[in-house]
Design a protein around this ligand. Structure first.
Ligand code: HEC
Ligand code: HEC
Length: 292
């Protein structure tokens, strides 16, 4: 019995080890700041990386971190994303940033909890992620030390996440569907990659990975506030009259009389979508409207 437990523990130790990306996977890339700002907006970074509401002198539009994010395992304080070299990302290499965004690994090799939606960002194009980094590096540095998470047994939890990543983290790159239009494919990329819509709108399996057989069919809210509605057949079910109606709902939200776009984090998501160029909002609507 002791031998079985020992072998099991050794196996778990190896399977939970970090599997980082390598330098060879970092593309040669000329940063595009406009694309970086766009990807940052649809990525919703500010929603989680904003300063705490009571942080004196902090600009809520700058991702200096510290706003408490409650999760089932405890409270996390998403870190400072500004270029401050000591408390922010100033000293991070491109590879460090790709590993955080696409593998959920910090430069020290620690596993990040999947409340940070790297599970979706993992499908993005590495070049778009490097553009987000360039955008972040263009912000004014803010000194804002990271606050450790209020979680029990941090070491074991983080190592355990490595085991979860081994089964639950799908790193397949997003691929276009050649039978669909260019804007449908744009919408598909924005929804499935940076937009991470499925993190809330797709229910989870018993081991808490997204259940792709029920893709975007709605589920319980991760913060436990009511239910997240299905995004399938939105027009057939009469939620919106047509693609343009759905696009204006995404663009203007509840101020234009639409409902079901405010609670459970959706208000912040809608505010982020509203910052996109109109053709991108249309592309998201076109893609969603095609899901029966
Ligand atoms: C839903 C909330 C949420 C969103 C949206 C989000 N993050 Fe985070 N992020 C987190 C949390 C929580 C952590 C801390 C995870 C941990 O400590 O395990 C984190 C950590 C990070 C880290 C550090 C990772 C590490 O291992 O040190 C980086 C870099 C980061 N996020 C960048 C981003 C960027 C860029 C975006 C937007 C494209 C973004 N995040 C969007 C919640 C979020
Ligand atoms: C943080 C979790 C979360 C994320 C991420 C999220 N949503 Fe939502 N969404 C919700 C919740 C909760 C509601 C219901 C809000 C309400 O009833 O006030 C909602 C509602 C909606 C609705 C209205 C549905 C209806 O029946 O009219 C649409 C459309 C929508 N979301 C699209 C998106 C898109 C597109 C994305 C990705 C860019 C996205 N959501 C990402 C939580 C989320």
């Amino acid at each position: 019995m002791a031998l079985i437990i020992l072998v099991g523990a050794i196996l778990a130790w190896f399977l939970s080890a970090p599997r980082p990306m390598t330098q060879a996977m970092v593309p040669a890339h000329q940063p595009d700041l406009a694309n970086g700002a766009l990807m940052y907006n649809i990525g919703g970074c500010i929603s989680c990386h904003k300063p705490a509401a009571d942080a004196a002198g902090m600009d809520p539009a700058i991702p200096s971190g510290g706003f408490p994010l409650k999760t089932p395992v405890g409270t996390f304080y998403p870190p400072n994303l500004t270029p401050d070299p000591e408390t922010g990302l100033g000293q991070w290499s491109d590879l460090d940033f790709l590993n955080a965004m696409m593998r959920g690994l910090s430069p020290s090799g620690a596993h990040a909890i999947p409340a940070f939606p790297y599970t979706s960002y993992a499908h993005m194009r590495p070049a778009d992620i490097l553009d987000i980094k360039a955008h972040l590096m263009s912000l004014a540095p803010v000194v804002s030390p990271n606050k450790p998470a209020d979680i029990p047994l941090p070491f074991l939890l983080r190592r355990g996440i490595g085991l979860w990543q081994w089964i639950g983290l799908d790193t397949t790159p997003w691929k276009p569907d050649p039978t669909q239009s260019e804007s449908w494919n744009r919408g598909s990329y924005l929804v499935n990659g940076p937009g991470h819509c499925g993190e809330c709108h797709t229910p989870r399996t018993f081991y808490l990975a997204s259940d792709m057989s029920r893709f975007l069919m709605g589920g319980p809210h991760p913060e436990g506030e009511g239910r997240v509605p299905s995004l399938r057949d939105l027009i057939g079910r009469g939620r919106y009259t047509d693609v343009n109606d759905l696009a204006s709902a995404l663009q203007y939200g509840e101020i234009m009389g639409y409902d079901k776009l405010s609670s459970g984090g959706m208000r912040a998501v809608q505010a982020n979508i509203s910052k996109l160029p109109e053709p991108d909002i249309k592309a998201i609507a076109e893609y969603l409207a095609s899901l029966k």
